[in-house]
Design a protein around this ligand. Structure first.
Ligand SMILES: [Zn+2]
Length: 348
């Protein structure tokens, strides 16, 4: 409902010429739009998680709009620096991709290259050295494949039947049970992959086919090295995609992540992105102690020179966003409308 109202409002603003005015305004030109992408769908992933995936043809349309509107797509490091020194070029935009899945290599990179856009990949690294599907999201994907059903099995995996796959919530509850099982039995990567395989068998899904097609896998070391050489920027996202509430463990995630990236790319990453956009005020000094100079959230806003560099907002673009909304963000017109920051940090 609120969304519908916003779209109606945006349509009216566009028709009145406000998009054009805002695009050229001092307000827009002093701000930086950092755009966040997750996955680019190679099969049906955008139907499974529309809030995380974008179809390649939609991404192509977005890039066309960036070119047509004369937006300055900047490398992240340069943009952060110029934001702070108030020397941004007009209509500044940064493109970021979270996690570093294979689809970045296959779908996003060729498009970026054809448009000549720089981009940053916030690369989580555990699975770059272990070329199997990412366990948690694969379990979620497998259960979604049989959505709408109730399955009278699961004991053999340690689950309690029946498995209710009818809603996103009930499927998520099963994923949580599977995660708990991996913790209780202290399963290693190989054992977790076996568990996902057995779950697929139980659900009648061809796991080896998904593995062969590298669905829900991260880029391997060779792919990262190749893209880094070609000019793509690889930055921090933790080694295991988690942010423990303990300084030593949190910093170890950064250190392990950085060590892998440095070894593969020969460059020292100093920019960070909070996994799942979740941050706490305790993280800020820990990041600073690790020499991190910028960190991005998923709080939807354009970044200003007044923002804390370790809490830079980003706009998450997905297939669920219309072209009108995307343009609303590009031009900065969206800031004229009420929207909320989704900060998950206490006291920030
Ligand atoms: Zn992530």
């Amino acid at each position: 409902m609120l969304r519908q109202l916003r779209r109606t409002g945006l349509r009216a603003l566009k028709a009145s010429g406000m998009f054009r005015l805002m695009r050229e305004s001092g307000q827009r030109n002093s701000r930086l739009l950092i755009i966040c992408y997750h996955g680019v769908a190679t099969a049906d992933e955008h139907l499974w998680r529309p809030s995380l995936y974008i179809q390649p043809e939609v991404l192509d349309q977005r890039f066309r709009l960036l070119t047509k509107g004369g937006y300055n797509v900047l490398p992240l490091g340069e943009a952060v620096q110029r934001l702070r020194t108030r020397t941004l070029p007009p209509r500044g935009v940064v493109l970021t991709f979270d996690d570093g899945a294979v689809d970045f290599y296959r779908e996003a990179y060729p498009l970026l290259k054809s448009y000549g856009f720089p981009a940053t990949v916030y690369q989580t690294t555990y699975y770059t050295g272990y070329q199997r599907p990412v366990f948690t999201i694969m379990c979620s994907y497998l259960l979604w494949k049989r959505r709408g059903e109730v399955i009278a099995a699961g004991t053999e995996l340690g689950l309690t039947p029946p498995l209710d796959l009818r809603t996103a919530e009930s499927r998520q509850a099963i994923v949580r049970n599977l995660i708990d099982l991996t913790a209780v039995h202290q399963l290693n990567g190989q054992q977790k992959d076996d568990l996902a395989h057995r779950l697929a068998q139980l659900l009648g899904v061809d796991y080896e086919d998904l593995v062969r097609r590298r669905i829900l896998q991260l880029m391997n070391r060779e792919e990262i090295a190749e893209l880094s050489k070609a000019g793509m920027d690889f930055q921090l996202h933790t080694h295991r995609h988690r942010t423990p509430m303990n300084e030593q463990l949190f910093r170890k995630e950064i250190q392990d992540n950085r060590a892998v990236l440095r070894e593969i790319t020969g460059k020292n990453p100093v920019h960070f992105c909070y996994p799942s956009g979740v941050y706490e005020k305790e993280f800020l000094p820990w990041l600073a102690a690790e020499g991190v100079v910028s960190a991005t959230t998923c709080d939807p806003s354009l970044a200003t020179a007044r923002d804390n560099p370790l809490l830079l907002p980003r706009y998450v673009d997905t297939s669920g966003q219309t072209e009108l909304e995307f343009e609303g963000w590009l031009t900065g017109t969206i800031e004229l409308m009420p929207h909320r920051r989704n900060g998950r940090a206490k006291g920030l």
